[in-house]
Design a protein around this ligand. Sequence first.
Ligand code: APR
Ligand code: MG
Length: 279
Amino acid sequence: HANVTKQLWTKKDFISSLPKRTPFSHKGSFGKGILAAGSSNMPGACALAAKAALTSGIGLLSLYVPESIKPIIASHVAEAMYVSGDIDWNMYDGIAIGPGIGRTASAEALLHDVLAQAEKPLLIDADGLYHLKHYLPLLKNKPSPVILTPHPGEMARLTGLSVKEVENDRFSIASQFAKEYQVYLILKGKYTIVTAPDGMQAVNPTGNPALAKGGTGDVLSGMILAFMLQHHQLFPAICNAVYLHGAVSDQLVSKGHSQMDVTASDIINGIPMVLHDFE
Ligand code: APR
Ligand code: MG
């Protein structure tokens, strides 16, 4: 990467950095992840992120969800395990928190505990980012990687800028924030920008307005969790998840769907077709 700090992430990058499965691999080879997501008003956010992670190759997935919605989530996600109460977050190879956790005090306490305790790669999305606003100083000097996935509205809240200010200067705002807080920052939207803590940036060319609807961000979080456990390096893991997420929406729209009808579940169900084409 010598002097290059900004690159377009291409299909070639995706294919060359996607890890291959060796014949003797087992589920432990592909990572043990935990996802804290969902609440009584947003159980679907958890189901979508979980299914997306499972469809993106994660070895083992545990779900940390409120007791009240466990049955409904379990009826949708057969492959996951369930945990609750005081757990050791560092038993897992990677952690994701946020989709649909809500903006309650207990969700805030959960975000704080996980952030304070995590010594493994930690992805924070959606309502997790909402609560993170109060704990930004905890990001500095954290030895383990943190990955944030804000859409422009969430980025505006994290930085104290307006959405318009964020959108007018996406590259430098993303790079400043990533460097200041030493995080991997995924600034979502058309041409999502992935920024590493050192300021290196990649732009994603895939995706279309079919993705502009509720739940697609939750799907992306699940895909990133799965990929960060399977790749050797975080930067290509994140870029590949973002690339695939958009590529699925593009493929659906070119084959039998319109931008209007595609749902977040369609994105999950479209992952196999695109992965198969790329392999
Ligand atoms: N072109 C390409 N990609 C797009 C486009 C577009 N026009 N519009 C949206 N996307 C992609 C984004 O890049 C992102 O990956 O779709 C995804 C949308 O993610 P979110 O904005 O997080 O949407 P959502 O899943 O609805 O979030 C659920 O959590 O983030 C909160 O406020 C959000 O309450 C909402 C919930
Ligand atoms: Mg979202």
